[in-house]
Design a protein around this ligand. Structure first.
Ligand SMILES: NC(=O)c1ccc[n+]([C@@H]2O[C@H](COP(=O)([O-])OP(=O)(O)OC[C@H]3O[C@@H](n4cnc5c(N)ncnc54)[C@H](O)[C@@H]3O)[C@@H](O)[C@H]2O)c1
Length: 326
């Protein structure tokens, strides 16, 4: 049982480390943290992130360009002490883990393990939030999914995230570290250059007549706007029990890929014919519907609904590609 009530947490002047902070979710998190007055250091090798993602806060945030796989964490944390650590650096996508499980295992699991072990060794008193994933559930047996439901990952990515989560739970219990995992479902928003929303827009931009959709369009997801995802990470760090527990992070709503594509068509005023592959991609579950009561118990409420969030993504897509949809 996880309890926790919203309590004041003052981010002003706090040293905060965000691994993967130049990426999609990370950069939005860094913006919110900097806005709240935290002293943020971003540790990122820019494998998929970019300094451009941090342009709005470049004068207030330190970017340390490094590969987390080769960091000596005990030395690093002594040189860069932090009160709060958000560990987001990862291969953030299922397909690369299917193609190269060892790369995913080293980056997503082994690196997280080494970080935790360094925290154990130094008796770190701070708070750490780890970016896990809905992929830990695999093809969920129940719907909506609660944190207590069985975890049966169906991709190397899901296995790596689950293994890291389990170490967090055990290290918190055994060594008293303040740790929690966030099981992100489908975060979307500006700066995301992969996953279904960006894929659909890219295809619509290339071909106005036909829209190719993986599977049969009935796959169900819970889409969460990225600033809501970032706020949830701050809320868990500030108010969570941090006893090694995991939190589902979603909007608590469901949307099929067909519905998502139709919403994008409405916003762009396009009307392509939908074509389906008929088969899901390897490692992609059919249905992910999420119960967010544990997160909600901390006072969390999503602020941006899907229609408004998608409109913002379409606007951003236009800015970065010049697409006008005419
Ligand atoms: N976006 C989602 O819907 C979603 C869903 C589930 C879980 N997650 C998790 O949330 C986290 C952030 O995901 P995202 O969507 O922002 O992805 P992203 O790829 O935009 O961010 C990952 C960041 O990690 C950095 N990185 C990668 N390898 C690194 C390395 N070896 N050393 C240092 N930095 C490295 C990248 O440059 C990038 O900035 C990831 O841990 C991901 O697994 C995201």
């Amino acid at each position: 049982m996880v309890t926790g009530a919203a309590r004041p947490f003052d981010w002003r002047g706090r040293p905060v480390l965000v691994t993967g902070g130049a990426g999609f979710i990370g950069s939005h998190l860094v913006e919110l943290l900097a806005g709240a007055g935290a002293q943020v250091t971003v540790l990122d090798n820019l494998a998929s992130g970019s300094p451009a993602n941090l342009a709005a806060v470049a004068d207030r945030v330190a970017l340390d360009e490094r590969d987390v796989r080769t960091v000596d964490w005990a030395d690093y944390l002594t040189a860069h002490p932090c009160d709060v650590l958000f560990h987001l650096a990862a291969n953030a996508y299922v397909p690369p883990s299917v193609e190269s499980p060892s790369y995913d295992c080293e980056l997503n699991f082994a690196t997280t393990f080494r970080l935790l072990d360094a925290l154990r060794g130094t008796g770190w008193p701070g708070r750490m939030v780890f970016a896990s994933s809905a992929a830990v559930y695999g093809n969920a047996l129940r719907s909506p999914i609660t944190e207590e439901d069985p975890t049966v990952p169906i991709s190397p990515y899901g296995v790596g995230k689950l293994a890291a989560e389990r170490y967090l739970a055990v290290y918190s219990r055994l060594y008293g570290l303040n740790l929690a995992s966030l099981r992100f479902f489908s975060a979307y928003g500006p700066r995301q250059r992969k996953q279904v929303v960006f894929d659909l827009l890219s295809k619509m931009s290339r071909d106005r007549e036909r829209l190719f959709i993986h599977g049969d369009g009935t796959q169900v997801r819970d889409f969460l706007y990225v600033t809501d995802a970032a706020r949830s990470a701050m809320m868990v760090a500030a108010c969570g029990a941090l006893r090694g527990e995991a939190y589902n992070v979603g909007a608590g709503t469901q949307c099929s890929i067909d519905e998502l594509a139709r919403l994008l068509c409405e916003i762009t005023a396009l009307s392509p014919t939908f074509e389906y592959s008929g088969v899901n991609r390897p490692g992609d579950p059919e249905k992910l519907v999420v119960d967010i009561r544990r997160l909600s118990s901390l006072g969390y409420r999503p602020q941006v609904d899907l229609a408004h969030g998608l409109a913002r993504v379409v606007a951003w897509f236009g800015e970065v590609t010049g697409e006008t949809w005419r």
